[in-house]
Every structure is written in C-alpha cells, then in structure tokens.
Write a protein that binds this ligand. Structure first.
Ligand SMILES: Nc1nc2c(ncn2[C@@H]2O[C@H](COP(=O)(O)OP(=O)(O)O)[C@@H](O)[C@H]2O)c(=O)[nH]1
Ligand SMILES: [Mg+2]
Ligand SMILES: [Zn+2]
Length: 295
C-alpha cells in the first residue's frame, strides 16, 4: 500500500540538524507500521529498528546549513546482500573507488559481493590482476556484461528469498544489469550523470523491486564518489579483510599502519602478503579521515 509520512517522519532531517536524527526518516527497505487511511493509502506511524543500513556522507551542498556540513545519508535498510557494481571501462575501473564501496559494506557488516561489469571492454589480460586480487580477499567476484547470460544467471541465483542492493559509480551499468536479469522491470538506464547533477543532495532514485516471494532488489542512482560516514582512523584497517589477521601483531596498540615501527601491516606489504595496491588505497582513505569530528 502506498504510504505517506507525517509529523516528525516527514521533516527533512537534512535541514533540521539539531532536531532530528536520520533514524526518524523512512528509507527504502524499512519495515514500518502504518494506519490504513481507508482511501487506498496509509500513514506511517513508526519505523521498526533496522537490522543494518547502508550510508555515506551526504555530498556538500551549496547554500544550505553550515558551510561544509556533511550529514549521514542513509541509502537503504535491512539489506541481505550488497553488490558493489563497478565496470572494466567507461567509467574506467578504479580500485580505490571500489575499496570505498567495500568499506561502506564492511562497516555496515553487510554480506558484500563485487560485480565487475562491461567485461566486453577488457582490452588487456592485465585486467585479470584485479579480478584475482579481489577474489583473494574473499569477496565473491562476478565479471560480467549485459550479454553474459551465464554470469548474470549466477547473480540471479543469489537473489532468492533475500533483499539485494546494487550500488556503485554512475554509468557502470547497474540498471542495465537488472534489466538483463529481469527484462520486465524496464528500468530507465543511462540516467543523467552525476557531473551535471553536481551539488544536488538526493536519495530519490533508490527503488526497490519485488522479484518474487520475499525477494527484492534495490537499484540506486549513480554516485561519483562516496565517503563512508562515521569512519574513524583507528577502525579503518578492520574494514580491510586482508589486513585483519595482522592487526594484533603491530607493536603499538593504536597503530595507524602508516609509519609506526613494528607495524605488522607494513611488514606484510613488504613480504607481499598484503597487496601494495590495497595498502595505498588504505593510506589514501586514512588521509581523508579527519582527526576530529567535523559536524
Ligand atoms: N559496453 C557495455 N556497455 C554497457 C554494459 N552495460 C551497460 N552499458 C552501458 O553503460 C551505460 C550506463 O548504463 P546504466 O545501466 O544506466 O548504468 P548505471 O548508472 O550504473 O545504472 C549505458 O549507456 C549502457 O548502455 C555492458 O555490459 N557493456
Ligand atoms: Mg541506473
Ligand atoms: Zn600497524
């Protein structure tokens, strides 16, 4: 039943920073309680506790709120399977971008898989380095394209009885893939690029589709970059599954693995037990985390 929000649920939390928390606003995937208005619609009265949710820092918006203020933007809730979708080319594969989405999944404790789409654009065998790297981290990796019936079928098999969510940079083919798997969905593809939409702060465009019994998929609008919300320096390494087994071996308890003597991560990189690409990615993200909370 289509439902509307009322009262505090309807307030736009983005502009009422001192009054509301994000949990007051219903997002896709929420279980809610509602009253039947007897006109074919309902009124949401409560939002149930979320098992999990995926979020990011909202993009900077000009002319609203405090300068530079970036709140938490919740994309969706109660997700069983999170698929990070990236592409081989157009847009070009960027492992650091992929890592940011993986961290969002890790910090939300989601079951995370990787879809590398547009495999038809692979021009060099060197690309398989990335496929192998991410497989070695333990993530299921699906290298596919809209024409690849075999792999899209394997992805489909993961959906049954679950809520799955596709998220990744814009233009990688998320909507196209869902159309390939479920042609009747007929989702609009090739949406306006994030570049022209710059500065718009919106979660509209997150859609959940009912696929079958208890089976739902969520398509999300493209984003250019994400900054995971609420990250603190000390936690970052825990969101790199390939780092975890070394973390207890660092000499210092609060090692940032950046420069400290006796760092087990740095040693693991030197011994090629941890890939240098992942380590560089870690350093890059570490560098973007503020020491103090900024809001
Ligand atoms: N070469 C190639 N192009 C694709 C593939 N899948 C999608 N595209 C193209 O990529 C563009 C963006 O697709 P879209 O599904 O809108 O991406 P989204 O922003 O991630 O939802 C469209 O022009 C598609 O035709 C693929 O497997 N191979
Ligand atoms: Mg799309
Ligand atoms: Zn260390």
């Amino acid at each position: 039943m289509p439902c509307t929000l009322r009262g505090r649920f309807k307030l736009d939390y983005r502009f009422k920073k001192d009054k509301l928390t994000t949990s007051d606003v219903a997002v896709v995937g929420d279980y809610v309680e509602y009253n039947d208005s007897n006109d074919g619609s309902g009124l949401i009265t409560a939002i149930d506790d979320r098992v999990n949710f995926l979020s990011r820092k909202s993009p900077k918006i000009k002319g609203t709120g405090k300068h530079g203020e970036r709140k938490e933007q919740i994309l969706a809730a109660n997700i069983d399977c999170f698929f990070v979708v990236v592409s081989v080319d157009s847009p070009e594969f960027n492992h650091k971008t992929l890592d940011r989405f993986l961290i969002a999944g890790e910090s939300a404790q989601l079951h995370t898989s990787i879809i590398i789409n547009k495999s038809d654009l692979i021009s060099d065998d060197d690309f398989y380095f990335w496929v192998d790297l991410y497989k070695s981290l333990g993530y299921p990796v699906y290298l596919t394209s809209r024409k690849d019936k075999k792999t899209t079928k394997k992805i489909l098999e993961q959906f049954s009885g679950k809520t799955s969510l596709f998220w990744g940079p814009s233009g990688v083919g998320k909507s196209t893939l869902l159309n390939t798997i479920f042609p009747y969905l007929d989702i609009r593809t090739d949406e306006v690029s994030d570049a022209t939409n710059k500065g718009k702060h919106t979660t509209t465009g997150v859609y959940m589709y009912v696929i079958g019994n208890n089976t739902f998929v969520i398509d999300t609008p493209g984003v250019r970059e994400i900054d995971p919300y609420g990250l603190v320096k000390e936690d970052l390494a825990h969101y790199f599954p390939d780092f975890r087994e070394y973390l207890n071996e660092c000499k210092y308890n609060r090692c940032t693995h950046e420069h400290e003597p006796g760092c087990a991560i740095i040693r693991a990189v030197e011994e090629e037990a941890v890939s240098v690409e992942r380590y560089e990615s870690y350093l890059r993200i570490l560098d973007t985390i503020e020491d103090k909370i900024e809001y």
